[in-house]
Design a protein around this ligand. Structure first.
Ligand SMILES: [Zn+2]
Length: 224
């Protein structure tokens, strides 16, 4: 059977897993996810950007505030789920987490952030999350970080993949806005259907999280 071997990129493998799931082909979906690279260096490479050397300001800065889900959803749609720092196509994290509920053996998620290849002394039996969670999901990044008095204003926020967000940290980089990827939605367009599927087929253990994101997508669509 032709499975995931012809699919070239991690995003296509994830897309294939979602489509196979919704087509009632869980084995095919599992095979696709099992084909994802598990080493960070196979999933993400650092962007080549100029890092600004301006030192952080001295004195108190405001506390970091979470960006609300509906604001994140609007941001991701504005940026067509394209990472500002590498121009790569980022993915809608809640859709990935639904896949982890369905296929925890090949695509595990750890709510405490334990990374593949590591062990937690406090939780020796914990299954680490798949490395894909540290590279591809879309995140809201403050271009001017909070420690440099950056805010959550839309003009200071950009979409960044987790890999780049982590790499950038509290630095500032010169990164012109990438060209939007026409038609790319981070696979968020499949979220509603996948959510309904998961509810029907397996007891979701973190429903409020998934419901909140479902509403955020609806709100963002209405505002668009
Ligand atoms: Zn990136």
């Amino acid at each position: 059977m032709e499975t995931s071997l012809s699919l070239r990129t991690p995003n296509l493998l994830v897309q294939h897993a979602i489509e196979a799931t919704l087509a009632g082909q869980p084995v095919e979906a599992r095979n696709a996810l099992a084909g994802l690279p598990t080493r960070k260096t196979d999933l993400w490479i650092p962007p080549k950007l100029v890092i600004l050397t301006e030192p952080p300001p001295i004195g108190p800065c405001q506390r970091r505030k979470n960006v609300p889900e509906d604001q994140q959803a609007r941001l991701f749609q504005r940026d067509t789920f394209t990472c500002r720092y590498r121009g790569g196509q980022a993915l809608f994290l809640p859709a990935l987490r639904l896949l982890s509920l369905l296929y925890p053996d090949v695509f595990p998620y750890d709510p405490h952030g334990l990374q593949e290849g590591r062990v937690s002394p406090a939780r020796p039996d914990a299954t680490p999350g798949h490395m894909h969670y540290w590279t591809h999901p879309a995140s809201a990044d403050q271009m001017r970080p909070v420690v440099r008095h950056g805010t959550n204003d839309a003009s200071n926020l950009t979409t960044a993949c987790y890999g780049c967000n982590d790499w950038k940290g509290e630095r500032m980089v010169e990164a012109p806005a990438p060209r939007p990827v026409a038609g790319w939605d981070g696979l968020s367009g499949t979220y509603e259907t996948l959510y309904e599927y998961v509810i029907a087929h397996s007891p979701a253990n973190d429903l409020p999280y998934f419901k909140k994101w479902r509403q955020a997508l609806v709100t963002a669509d209405t505002a668009a």
